[in-house]
Design a protein around this ligand. Sequence first.
Ligand code: ADP
Length: 545
Amino acid sequence: KPQNERQKLPVVPQGIERDEFLKALAELKSQLGDEHIEINDKPLRDGWYMEHPNTHDSMTILDEEEFVASAIVYPGSTEEVQQIVHWANKHRVPIFPISMGRNLGYGGAAPRVRGSVTVDLGKRMNKILDINPEDYTCLVEPGVSFYALYEALKEKGLEEHMWIDTPDLGGGSVIGNTVDRGVGYTPYGDHWAMHSGLEVVLPMGEVIRTGMGALPGNNTWQAFPYGFGPYSDGIFSQSNYGIVTKMGMTLMPNPGGYEAFMYTFAKDEDLEQLMEIIRPLRISNILENVAQVRHVTQSLAAIGQPRTRFYSGTGPVPQEVIHAAAAQTPLGDHSWAYYGMAYGPSHIRAHKLALIDQEFKRIPGARRIDPATLPEDEYFWARERVARGVPDIHELRWVNWAPNGAHIAFSPVSPIRGRDAMKLFALGKRIHEQYGIDFFPAFCVGLREMHLIVEIVFDRADAEQKARALGCLRDLVDQAAREGYGEYRTHLVLMDQVAGTYSWNDGALMKFNERLKDALDPNGILAPGRCGIWPKRYRGRGWEM
Ligand code: ADP
């Protein structure tokens, strides 16, 4: 929106008068200090990854004004978070907590309900409260990024002693990523499984500590996640039941050596056999990390060049063109690349690597790429850093595929099986072709399942492209669900649709979620609509999309 239009802002959350809202904000200012509240009345700036906005989704697939905050508040302590929650209940203002808001591809910093007050925890609550080198654990606040945690280990001279686990992009918050159940690529890649202990401000303002944290004087909060009684942590991930103000995280002992490796496979159809080979190796921990099997299209895009460098036509870049271009790179004229890492001293690695080599080479044409032949800025090295817990942002490069590049993901869960991988690959390819969109599939192999991450890159200044991308995503979600595949995580705009696919027994799970929501948040102030969970006040009033 042009500046003069935006000055009529802030947008006011529905159900409250503008003057009343401004008065309420003034009251909050008097409690927290003027400087800790910002009204969102300036032109929206998209910035870039390291200077991202906290007012909206800088990679939005809708109109930018759709998911936009009315104001941003910066609490400095758990007590101030409680004050904000009390205030929101008093005035019935929707609030939306973020840690750092670098949730790229899933909505960034944006709230689901337009005009929510964003609670930006990360700006002032950014302390590493504890690093314990004996137990290999830490305790962090929402504003601690993977970079910051990594730097802190270095400063303490502990980086040789223990590792962090980082997602593809290291600028996000450890808490933000973990509560959204993001993944990394060392053996500690399942962040949610690796956390231990939360401190949470509930929607009515009470504070709880989960697990051993509930026992006064305990010294095992970060060592034993369960404590006694129901394991409550689960309801605070991918939900809107509380604001996480502290979290314990486990750290990985330095394994005593590592070696990244890469294989390529010639044909699209090799995926089937490859998955059958990966499954037993992964479950028995010969393949030790969340590895990636990426299609060449995305690896080519990871060079960081726009798609127009390879092709000027419309519709997906033909595979012959992709292969011809890839043939000029170290990747060669192949369809899939497997990026992995072996851990431990060299004699232990040698055993595992030999087994992997023998198994992978059963696929005709399989090639091991010698890392020594790869130039320094080759994408392989970004994968290598991430797989040993060194934060990185190389991954952003494929966003340059489109001008004003933005991305949004389709990420269904699948067993590690050849026929499932092929089915999802064919489904994705068909729907992408139908919408004229380049197909970027990457399989991230967990332990007994894999997430297929399909990133759609689009020009955020092009309404027609955005509409196509959204149409494509909606079809992907529905058609995959019809085949029994569900998303592990999703963007704000798809949350209702994805939640709707988890409908067994007449939507029994969502009914349960709604009962919890209404019990914990009777005024419906906390992140309404997040993950498809709408509080009573909003339900059935046309908010779902
Ligand atoms: P990151 O900083 O890693 O990019 P975000 O802060 O954007 O992650 O968090 C991702 C999503 O998780 C947010 O949109 C929000 O819904 C939820 N979230 C993040 N931090 C918290 C928190 N401390 N308490 C509750 N929910 C949170």
